[in-house]
Design a protein around this ligand. Structure first.
Ligand SMILES: *Cc1c(COP(=O)(O)O)cnc(C)c1O
Length: 398
């Protein structure tokens, strides 16, 4: 392989050759290991937002790398007209760690949600098609998942969006009760809103949705694309709240950084996605399956769910201490490896300041500094990251 281009040359290449739909930092990242990444100039960064949440096991987790390398030499892709034992074994692991249903595999979070939307409509059929979703939620960028995403800024200029999505304020059970009618088939919700700003549901909200779904024969769908696969310190976010959905969507960290998505459905609902009604050519391919199995196995072998609780406590303690001293912080929200520090100031400058100090973070909704660290971060890295992020926020005043 050729040597990497410099960051400046890479930026120039992108200006000519790549559609400019992302705001990108002018840095060419070329290598990663654990929670560290390096750019083409050899500069090292501490990555507290690895892979936009996809690299929950850090960059290039060794068991996942080994599984991919081994599988790539055997079989990369065969279509779903054949049986692939790895796909079946991967499904078995996911179902065993969740609610004992069945799995459909695809390639991204948006695609998993499309599958859930179609399955919900198919299952309830007979003129029932409306799905209740929540303001500030995020479900993806394809037309169905975008229509489910109740954030007008993402719809601007793209409409008309798909019919049948009904929006309620997050946390407001009364509003959901009022909006349910004879045409409603499902409720779709993130157990914790991620892109919406690490919004943790009020006590009883998810249980209330479960009750409303049961009373009205609706399906309860949890979008666990961000909260799933260990992020909250449980295998899946719903286990944190003790409320089980009928359908659950997964992606992001599902395969240790390899692109994949999954839809899990209870055995009562799964058969409604009958042959011919849905598909994904690459879904559940041998590489994704090998990586997915290795990722789940690594979490188990290295007791990483327990590690999340320890690390989470470090971030919580540090940011709450800081909030008590810094008037710019309006709220600290931490659940597992999802960390949101809400500011009463714009957060973009904080991200820039951290980048200058070799720490990668994110800001969402304009004013929520967001970290989605790897679950195998070291305690030293966590403490050092907190030092830099707190100093960056403080620098807005000083
Ligand atoms: C990231 C995300 C998605 C979209 O996933 P893609 O893989 O980008 O399509 C959907 N839902 C939630 C909760 C997400 O965080």
């Amino acid at each position: 392989m050729s040597d990497p281009l410099s960051s400046a040359d890479t930026v120039a290449l992108f200006v000519e050759q790549v559609i400019p739909n992302y705001g990108r930092y002018p840095v060419n990242l070329v290598r990663g290991e654990g929670s560290r990444v390096w750019d083409a100039e050899g500069r090292e960064y501490l990555d507290l937002f690895p892979g936009w949440g996809c690299n929950l096991l850090g960059h290039c987790p060794p068991p996942v790398v080994a599984a991919i390398q081994e599988q790539a030499a055997k079989l990369i892709h065969v279509p779903n007209t054949w049986h692939i034992d790895l796909q079946g074994r991967w499904a078995e692991l996911l179902n065993r760690h969740s609610f004992g249903g069945q799995a459909f595999f695809c390639n991204s979070g948006a695609e998993a949600n499309e599958g859930a939307i179609k399955l919900a409509r198919l299952h309830t059929a007979k003129d029932r098609y409306k799905i209740i979703t929540f303001e500030g939620g995020f479900h993806g960028r394809t037309m169905g998942s975008l229509s489910a995403t109740a954030q007008p800024k993402y719809h601007e200029g793209i409409g008309p969006i798909c019919a049948g999505f009904v929006y309620c304020p997050y946390g407001d059970l009364d509003s959901v009760r009022e909006k349910i009618d004879d045409e409603t088939c499902a409720i779709l919700v993130e157990p914790v809103q991620g892109e919406g700003g690490v919004r943790i549901p009020p006590d009883g909200f998810l249980a209330g949705l479960r009750r409303l779904a049961d009373e009205n024969e609706l399906l309860l769908i949890f979008d666990e694309v961000q909260t799933g696969c260990g992020r909250t310190g449980h295998w899946f976010g719903y286990q944190h709240f003790g409320v089980t959905p009928d359908l659950m969507t997964l992606a992001k960290s599902l395969c240790g950084g390899v692109a994949a998505g999954a839809l899990l459905a209870t055995k009562a609902v799964a058969p409604s996605l009958r042959p011919g009604m849905h598909a994904a050519t690459f879904g559940g391919n041998p590489i994704a399956a090998a990586a997915g199995i290795a990722a789940l196995q690594m979490i188990e072998d290295e007791n990483l769910l327990d590690r999340v609780a320890e690390l989470s406590a470090v971030f919580q303690r540090r940011f709450e201490q800081f909030a008590a001293e810094c008037e710019l912080v309006s709220e600290v929200r931490v659940i597992g490896m999802m960390i949101g520090v809400e500011l009463n100031a714009d957060g973009a400058a904080v991200v820039k300041k951290c980048l200058d100090d070799n720490v990668l973070i994110n800001c969402t909704q304009g004013n929520v500094v967001r970290l989605l660290p790897a679950m195998n971060l070291t305690t030293d890295e966590a403490e050092r990251g907190c030092d830099v992020v707190c100093a960056a926020i403080q620098s807005l005043i000083d």
